[in-house]
Design a protein around this ligand. Structure first.
Ligand code: NDP
Length: 448
């Protein structure tokens, strides 16, 4: 069989069967178009039609989420859970609450999650979920009632050995608390391993909150080290100002770099002194406010609602907000300003054109499924602690996180070289390494 023709046929069929889901097509296209060397080397995976099978979720659940707002008016949202692959372990992946959420976005995230989770080397399958509920401007009571209604349907699909959600955009520790409380009430079980990202005092893991941001910086550190460089004295731009962004900023600072800009969906702030983390955390985490109030509190900082945070000159860029936030034009600006490395803290933040621009310019590029794998890896460590009723220290957990990120980085490079690419081709390495791990398990487990 002609491998390239086979890949094109699979891709065309995925687009046809999943019409109107451009983000899902993009995520599938990126993986499939890396796989030719792996399928040449492993004709048995071609024979077993692994590529077609892995693109079809094992199960997709869509449900109504009714709730009552503070004015006593009924509201209705749509809930999703896509259980994509259980080849390597229980479905694992976060829940996103954002008005843009639709089935295609959940499927792109779930698909990415399969290979990311495989790369961690831990026993977790891939899934993702969420709702088009917009938490912005909602009261505590409304958030709690929404989470309770969401879980009242979702609980029947979950379980520590079945499907284990965590947070994502719009879902942090507060929401995980309400979701866990409702799961416990309905099932009458304190099943700690059913959700990750829990509070430290009731089954959560140290360093889980920090893990995705810290992990992305550890990955970027490894990439820089291949060129004999590090974060010390480097200027860094981080997009977003949520969970991933805040802890990426914290770790860059700890490693001697200066984060000069960050953003939210309304604009970006430039602070040449280095983003003041305590101020940022106060604005975003404590008051759940807008980034514009950072600049109001610190007159030396500049806030802009026009243009892009990626126009700010830097050595390293860490996109940590959302999908397709960094387009070809932004990549061009980063290259022109001399960026050395880009690591994706978010899922698929760089468009295909942006990735091509980085490749042509020789910029080190760490794709999300490798660079942001630290979050889910630490979730798996949380599950491990829950299963053994153990509690690890922050230092212990962070050391495990750092070692997972080092090995993900090393394996991406080694696999890229084995399959005929340059060691710097992290896209090739991550896609092939993740695919091979899943393909091996799928083949061994038969046609299920
Ligand atoms: P948060 O909700 O904590 O923060 C999201 C940030 O991104 C906010 O600053 C938000 O701005 C901004 N943002 C969201 N949507 C948009 C948009 N459409 N345009 C511009 N900015 C936007 O989410 P997380 O930090 O948890 O997640 C960020 C990214 O990291 C996502 O891609 C997520 O999938 C990925 N990720 C998260 C993991 C985790 O452990 N949390 C694990 C792995 C990946 P605003 O407040 O204005 O909406």
């Amino acid at each position: 069989m002609n491998v390239s023709a086979h890949i094109e046929a699979v891709y065309a069929e995925v687009c046809r069967r999943n019409a109107g889901e451009p983000e899902f097509h993009q995520a599938v296209g990126e993986v499939l178009h890396s796989l030719a060397p792996a399928l040449h080397a492993h004709p048995e995976y071609l024979e077993a039609r692994i590529a077609e099978r892995v693109c079809e979720p094992e199960r997709q659940v869509i449900f109504r989420v009714p709730w009552v707002d503070d004015q006593g008016r009924p509201q209705v949202n749509r809930g999703f859970r896509v259980e994509f692959s259980s080849a390597l372990g229980p479905y694992k992946g976060g829940l996103r609450f954002h008005p843009s959420v639709n089935l295609g976005i959940v499927k792109f995230l779930g698909f990415e999650q399969i290979f990311k989770n495989a790369l961690t080397g831990l026993a977790i399958g891939g899934g993702k979920g969420g709702s088009d509920f917009d938490p912005k401007g909602r009261s505590e009571g409304e958030i709690m009632r929404f989470c309770q209604s969401f879980m009242t349907e979702l609980y029947r699909h979950l379980g520590e050995h079945t499907d284990v959600p965590a947070g994502d955009i719009g879902v942090g520790g507060r929401e995980i608390g309400y979701l866990f409380g409702q799961y416990k009430r309905i099932t009458n079980r304190f099943e700690a391993g059913v959700l990750t990202g829990k509070g430290i005092g009731w089954g959560g893991s140290q360093a889980r909150t920090e893990a995705t941001g810290y992990g992305a910086v550890f990955f970027a550190k490894e990439m820089l080290a291949t060129r004999g460089e590090g974060f010390e004295g480097r200027k860094v731009v981080v997009s977003g100002s949520g969970n991933v962004a805040v802890y990426a900023i914290e770790k860059v600072r700890a490693l001697g770099g200066t984060v000069v800009a960050c953003s939210d969906s309304s604009g970006y702030v430039v602070d040449e002194d280095g983003i003041d983390l305590e101020l940022l955390k106060g604005v975003k985490e404590v008051r759940r406010g807008r980034l514009s109030s950072y600049a109001e509190a610190k007159p030396k900082a500049r806030y802009s609602e026009r243009g892009s945070v990626f126009e700010v000159p830097c050595d390293v860029a860490l996109p940590c907000a959302t999908q397709n936030e960094l387009a070809g034009q932004d990549a061009g600006a980063l290259v022109k300003n001399g960026v050395v490395a880009v690591a994706e803290g978010a899922n698929m933040p760089c468009t295909p054109e942006a990735i091509e621009t980085f490749r042509e310019a020789g910029v080190l590029f760490g794709p999300g499924k490798a660079a942001n794998a630290g979050g889910v890896a630490t979730s798996a460590l949380e599950m491990q602690q829950n299963a053994s009723r153990d509690v690890w220290t922050f230092a212990q957990t962070e050391a495990r996180l750092a070692s997972v990120m080092q090995s993900v980085h090393a394996e991406c490079r080694a696999t890229a070289e084995t399959y005929g690419g340059s060691a710097d081709d992290y896209v090739l390495g991550a896609n092939i390494e993740g695919f091979l791990r899943v393909a091996e398990a799928m083949t061994a487990q038969g046609v299920v």
